[in-house]
Design a binder for this molecule. Structure first.
Ligand SMILES: N[C@@H](CCC(=O)N[C@@H](CS)C(=O)NCC(=O)O)C(=O)O
Length: 262
């Protein structure tokens, strides 16, 4: 039996998958696609995911892509211990939390990365976009706090789907100074989640791969990196004041949209 996860340690989507596998004690090998982020095709990886996005999982030659579908596959294939709550309402909540984090929170972290690491905007314009990001993050924290209520974990008494769908994003936000305050219920939940070995392992790998990010803005300028401005990310950049960033990136040919399948 062999399980391979195509990933990048900084990808929150890939972190979700690795945390799920580690929680279930499933052994896997990680691979980073060649030249990820460059827009250059890695043919072997594209066979696993024609969208060219991480994560992709290959289980004994069977390839699955998209982190949500991979999580479902993992739950189906290795049901014990279950990460998915039993109660219908709790299940709906877990799915909702995952969707909110993947589509509404992820673009905040990603957009801040476009500014901080890839230097798409500087000075006052960058500060204005960052201020919008901080307000958006606060709004989602309020929503998450209501979902958590007085529970230990988002699904109740045990760490599960909702938790592993939130923690990569909150840890990513911490890097931009946007983590929830440690004194709040959400901050305390974050500390609890980070104490789990599965989460600590993914967070450690992410921190290690931040080394080297200082050079990436040069890679964009020299045309080595062509960043993917897909769906929610594209909307986020425009709604948060970065329409010029998108137009400039198209002009300079250092942004791209998602792959067309063939
Ligand atoms: N909906 C997908 C999104 C995956 C995604 O956007 N992955 C990013 C990394 S965070 C990626 O691989 N982008 C391709 C690139 O930047 O070249 C999922 O849930 O797996």
């Amino acid at each position: 039996m062999s399980v391979v996860v195509y990933e990048h340690p900084l990808s929150p989507y890939a972190q979700k998958v690795k945390i799920a596998l580690d929680e279930k004690g499933v052994a896997y090998e990680t691979r980073m696609p060649a030249a990820i982020g460059s827009g250059q095709p890695d043919l072997e990886f594209l066979k696993a995911n024609p969208r060219g996005e991480v994560p992709a999982l290959i289980d004994d030659g069977f390839a699955v892509f998209d982190s949500t579908i991979i999580l479902e596959y993992i739950e189906d294939k290795w049901p014990t211990p279950s990460l998915f709550p039993k109660d219908a309402k709790d299940r709906a909540l877990a799915r909702t939390i995952e969707d909110v984090m993947d589509t509404s929170f992820e673009p905040i972290n990603w957009g801040l990365g476009e500014i901080r690491w890839f230097k798409r905007a500087e000075g006052e314009r960058a500060r204005a976009i960052e201020a919008k990001a901080a307000t958006q993050a606060r709004g989602i924290y309020e929503w998450l706090t209501r979902q958590l209520g007085t529970k230990q974990w988002f699904g109740g008494d045990t760490f599960g789907w909702g938790d592993l769908s939130v923690i990569p994003y909150l840890n990513g936000a911490a890097g931009s100074g946007l983590a929830p305050s440690p004194e709040t219920p959400l901050g305390r939940w974050q500390a609890r989640a980070n104490a789990r070995p599965s989460v600590a392992k993914a967070a450690k790998a992410a921190a290690a791969s931040l080394v080297g990010m200082n050079q990436v803005s040069d890679a964009v300028k020299s045309g080595l990196f062509k960043r993917e401005y897909r769906d929610h990310r594209l909307e986020w950049m425009i709604r948060s004041g970065g329409l010029d960033v998108v137009l400039q990136g198209l002009k300079d040919n250092n942004i791209r949209f998602s792959n067309e399948l063939s």
